[in-house]
Write a new protein. Structure first.
Length: 240
């Protein structure tokens, strides 16, 4: 119920042509698959003939079938293919052109075909909370997927999780550096621990402010809390 404007990027199939080559008949007539591809490429997309130079500008001269002919299946069947015996045969004698429907655009992620589902969220709702609940609710769907298919979290929730994981991984190093700097500055273990203990007190005020304002405890809030802890410990050093 929290999601709005749910949509995906799976587009409607578009008409296309599929070429099925009769390899036995093609070999008997002296026609290769590469030659068929070259002739169809020349007929549909064009074959470069020469370049026309006008001053510093160069224009390629390309020969191809008229636009009206290239959109008809019958014109594809009538494309003549040269043989190894010096003659020509129409494409219809060695291959069959069939109309099919296929995806015009195939989106990929990490080189894998992907369908992305997107939605909008109301103000004050964290995408992490919604995605976590949805991911848990879809456990049965994920377990029933065929081999090679999977459901992954993307978008802002994925970016936030990666950012928080990066901060968590560096937290021990950050804490160790703070302790070392406090020991160098204060030259006393007890005072250093006292200053270090004042830092978490800032979480109380930060949590209260977030509750009153209704703001989520997201990545930006985490950065703000870390900065607040640093300010509190700096002031404590001055007082100590």
């Amino acid at each position: 119920p929290l999601l709005g404007a749910v949509h995906d990027d799976w587009l409607e199939p578009v008409p296309a042509m599929k070429l099925v080559i009769d390899q036995d008949r093609a070999r008997a007539l002296g026609v290769t698959s590469q030659r068929i591809r070259q002739m169809l490429q020349a007929a549909m997309s064009g074959a470069p003939l020469d370049d026309f130079r006008d001053g510093e500008e160069t224009v390629s001269i390309v020969a191809r079938e008229p636009d009206a002919s290239r959109s008809l299946l019958s014109s594809v069947d009538s494309v003549y293919i040269p043989t190894d015996f010096g003659g020509f045969v129409p494409l219809s004698q060695v291959a069959k052109v069939m109309p099919v429907l296929e995806q015009g655009i195939e989106w990929r992620r990490d080189r894998l075909p992907t369908i992305s589902v997107r939605a909008t969220l109301p103000d004050g709702v964290q995408s992490n909370d919604v995605v976590t609940k949805m991911y848990k609710d879809m456990q049965g769907l994920r377990d029933g997927l065929a081999p090679g298919y999977k459901i992954e979290i993307q978008g802002g929730a994925e970016d936030s999780a990666e950012s928080q994981a990066s901060i968590a991984a560096k937290a021990p190093i950050m804490l160790a550096v703070i302790v070392v700097l406090l020991m160098i500055q204060l030259q006393n273990f007890g005072k250093a621990m006292l200053v270090l203990a004042t830092g978490p007190l800032g979480i109380i005020g930060a949590a209260a402010a977030l509750l009153i304002s209704g703001a989520p405890f997201g990545f930006v809030a985490i950065l703000g809390v870390i900065a607040l802890l640093g300010i509190i410990m700096r002031n404590s050093i001055i007082l100590v």
